[in-house]
Each structure stands twice: as structure tokens, then as C-alpha cells.
Design a protein around this ligand. Structure first.
Ligand SMILES: [Zn+2]
Length: 218
């Protein structure tokens, strides 16, 4: 049961192509598993199309038609489950499927970031500067208390954490900014793996956490 979803502003930005590649990837990963948000996105797209039809005509620049054709004909094949499974990537807990949205990304192996905590860097083919990570945190472990220099988007792949604001379980999505000061604690019962977009460096309360965070570039 998914309880936390991206808001309409994020879905609209995704539909309009205004989200950066890193943020778009996290929202797309949520959409893979959330029929409610996929339906919501279609509604918003239909609304946008209706508004365009009613808008006054405007002149297009010379390359617009070619770009549109390129988009239509461009590579957007349906994910091939076999290819997704075959791509090399760090192991997820048993039974947790690898997200199709990560197909084509370069994902590192698991690296140590603290007792019971591992991270993997996710490299996007079209945006090498995007700061995306997979985080794997053992049950009962917590990330150091921190806030954010910018937007942080999180999609839970498995397990659950509670950061004092709410409990986030498999399929849940969270957006946090500099107004959120939290310490996610992984619930007992299962390892938690999340896909996280970190828009700007996290600001840790503790000195050691700050050192480790700076060391791994998070
Ligand atoms: Zn949703």
C-alpha cells in the first residue's frame, strides 16, 4: 500500500520535461510501481493538451518540427525485463526487482558509508553531474541527523524508515528540502533500499557524519 506520492507540481514538471534528469529518474521509478500516479499523470497531460488547444496560435521556431519528429521517433522502447535483469548492478535483497528506470545507468558496487550502511553511485548517461545514490541501510540503523542544501527526492525500493514526520515503506516517495531536519530510522524486519536524488550537499549535524558525507560527496 503506497501512502506517499509526488505532488502535482512534480508530475506536471515531469510531463512538461522541466525536471532535471536526476529528479525525473526518481519520479519515474515511483511511477513504475504506482498505478494511481500514472493515472494522475495522464489526467494532467490531458488537461495540458486541452489548454494548448484553447491557447492562441503562436509562431514556432524553425527547428521545432524536426525536434518533435525526433522525439516521436526517438528511442523509447518498452523496458525489456530480461535486459534489465542482465545489466550489471549491485545486488538488491532477495525478491526486490531492479527498477526498469535505472536501465542504461552506470551503477557502482556497494560502498561502506557507516556501520550497516552502504551506498552505490548512480551515473546517468545524459547528465553526468546528477547526484543520485542507492542507499542500503540495515534494520534498526539510522542515517545521521541532517538537513538539505536543496531538494532531496527519495523513492523506497524495499524496507521502511521513519523520520519522525512519517513512515515510508516500499513504493513510497518523499520530497524534502532545507526546511526538513530529520534522522531516518530504518524499521525492524527488513533492510531498506532507497533511490535518492540529492540536489545539494546534505548538512549533517555531527562532525564525523559531515566528514564521511564530504568524503563520499553526499
Ligand atoms: Zn504514487
Amino acid at each position: 500500500m503506497i501512502e506517499h506520492h509526488p505532488d502535482d507540481e512534480l508530475l506536471l514538471s515531469l510531463a512538461a520535461g522541466r525536471l532535471g534528469a536526476g529528479q525525473a529518474l526518481v519520479v519515474s521509478t515511483h511511477l513504475e510501481g504506482c498505478t494511481g500516479c500514472r493515472a494522475r499523470l495522464h489526467t494532467l497531460q490531458a488537461l495540458g493538451a486541452a489548454m494548448l488547444e484553447q491557447a492562441a496560435p503562436a509562431a514556432l521556431d524553425a527547428g521545432a518540427w524536426e525536434r518533435t519528429l525526433h522525439r516521436i521517433e526517438g528511442p523509447a522502447p518498452a523496458p525489456d525485463p530480461a535486459a534489465v535483469a542482465a545489466a550489471p548492478h549491485p545486488a538488491l535483497p532477495d525478491g526486490v526487482p531492479w527498477p526498469a528506470s535505472l536501465r542504461g545507468c552506470r551503477v557502482s558496487g556497494w560502498h561502506w558509508m557507516g556501520p550497516g550502511m552502504r551506498y552505490a553511485s548512480v551515473g546517468l548517461p545524459h547528465d553526468r553531474a546528477a547526484t543520485l545514490y542507492l542507499l542500503r541501510i540495515g534494520e534498526g540503523r539510522s542515517l545521521p541527523r541532517h538537513t538539505h542544501g536543496g531538494i532531496e527526492l527519495t523513492q523506497v525500493l524495499c524496507g521502511a524508515f521513519d523520520d519522525g514526520r512519517a513512515r515510508f515503506g516500499p513504493g513510497d516517495f518523499d520530497a524534502a528540502d532545507e526546511s526538513v531536519h530529520h534522522q531516518p530510522l530504518v524499521q525492524t524486519g527488513a533492510t531498506c533500499v532507497c533511490l535518492a536524488y540529492v540536489g545539494a550537499r546534505m548538512r549533517f549535524d555531527g562532525r564525523i557524519a559531515s566528514l564521511v558525507g564530504g568524503w563520499i560527496g553526499m
